[in-house]
Design a binder for this molecule. Structure first.
Ligand code: PGU
Length: 408
């Protein structure tokens, strides 16, 4: 019989979000909803999944994209690294035109590119994550065997850099190992912290000093409201030599189910041996990926027009409105929180408590699903992540239940 990839055995039992869904199902089976009692309905503030309809201009782009496929004159097939108009548009809108289309690779979402990126580095590459962090950085590394050599237990080649209240949710860069792959997410999932320009300058200078490559995850960039905060790592001098950036239309345009993202791999970025990371990324993308849907790309092109960008601001503003309601209710209840102002996540602290216990308590008493902070790494213990993605009426109802629970 064929042997199993040993990397699979090193993964933690289940991916965080399916595990939450399993616990929700289990709870729902034991406590069935009673349609006559709306307070028994379960509301999710768990997984960061968009709920609002795609706004008209962007949706029109998707419809037009589908229409074009139905006519011989406008039909298109594979688009390889993406439609030129979309790549040029992304460079113009998000990077002030600083990148050529050859440096922008269109993807089917940030998560998918995060999973593929490690093919660039292979086994043995030390991996560094912010702790807590989006679980795909660790699980993706483990799957691809990039974080070896392995000890008997645990993830030998993964360094967790704590991001806690004590250090303002920014890691101690003196602890950054050399020649490592460092996943850095800002605005951060799950803490909601958005790094300042000064902090990102320190990050780039540490990466250059230590020979690290940064994978900058900017999936929540459009949630940044404070004009002083950088929306991309490429606002920072020196970043082109040490960073790639992944981003996505999922959370800005409501494309979680449409699937469209991109990766920027600058021409200047080189491995230790002087080879081009950009050329290799093109090689890998061409080999294991056949491009994003043409329909999604037509939606992306619409999203980059003035009207589309206005819709992006409106949508992000709506979810930030939810975040404000959640944060206010928690703070009124005496819970200390961060996030929710430049990100769609509120990171709430329950000192001395186990995250999964708090998760279970909130599910039982409020019938609200959240995400336990410990699922994002050891430093997430005693925290709960509240996602602001939800219908307004559901968020208001969840807040009313939380308020009752916290004040009781
Ligand atoms: N990067 C970060 C930091 C994310 O939080 C997410 C989604 C993605 C990338 C995925 O972006 P796509 O472009 O849609 O692929 N995080 C959500 C959803 C859970 C998941 O497994 O992706 C969350 O709740 O954390």
């Amino acid at each position: 019989m064929i042997s199993r990839n040993p990397c699979l055995a090193r993964l933690k039992a289940g991916y965080l979000f399916p595990e939450i869904a399993r616990r929700r199902r289990e709870f729902a089976a034991a406590h069935p909803e009673d349609p006559a009692r709306p307070e028994t309905r379960i509301i999710s503030l768990g997984v960061g999944n968009t709920t609002e309809p795609i706004l008209p201009h962007i949706n029109g782009g998707l419809i037009e994209g589908a229409r074009r496929l139905g006519k011989a004159e406008t039909y298109s097939g594979y688009t390889d690294e993406g439609l030129l108009e979309l790549r040029e548009g992304i460079s113009r809108v998000f990077y002030g035109g600083a990148f050529s289309p050859a440096e922008i690779f269109i993807s089917d979402g940030a998560k998918c590119d995060i999973g593929r990126l490690q093919l660039l580095f292979g086994g043995g590459t030390p991996v560094v994550v912010q702790d807590p962090s989006y679980p795909v950085y660790v699980d993706g590394s483990v799957l691809i065997g990039a974080a070896g050599p392995w000890g008997d237990s645990g993830y030998g080649g993964i360094t967790y850099l704590p991001c806690t209240a004590e250090n303002g949710y920014f890691p101690d860069l003196d602890r950054l190992p050399e020649n490592a792959l460092f996943y850095f997410c800002s605005p951060n999932n799950p803490t909601g912290a958005a790094a300042t320009r000064r902090q990102l300058e320190e990050l780039i200078s540490a990466a250059v000093r230590k020979g690290c490559l940064i994978v900058f995850d900017a999936a929540y960039a459009e949630y940044i409201q404070d004009p002083q905060l950088p929306k991309t790592i490429f606002e920072i001098p020196g970043s082109r030599e040490c960073a790639v950036e992944v981003n996505s239309f999922s959370k800005s345009a409501g494309f979680t189910g449409v699937r469209l993202g991109w990766t920027v791999a600058p021409k200047e970025l080189k491995y230790a041996g002087g080879e081009s990371v950009n050329a290799d990324w093109g090689r890998i993308a061409g080999t294991v990926f056949n491009g994003a849907s043409n329909i999604a790309q037509a939606g992306g092109i619409a999203a980059l027009r003035e009207e589309g960008l206005r819709e992006i601001r409106e949508l992000c503003g709506f979810y930030l409105g939810n975040a404000k309601l959640i944060r206010e209710v928690l703070e009124r209840g005496g819970i200390s929180c961060v996030g929710g102002d430049n990100s769609p996540y509120v990171w709430a602290r329950f000192p001395g408590r186990d995250s999964w216990d708090v998760f279970a308590g909130i599910l039982e008493k409020c019938r609200v699903v959240t995400t336990p902070g410990s699922g994002f790494g050891p430093s997430g213990q005693s925290f709960i992540r509240f996602s602001a993605f939800g219908r307004r009426a559901d968020v208001e109802e969840a807040c009313a239940r939380l308020e009752k629970f916290l004040l009781s």
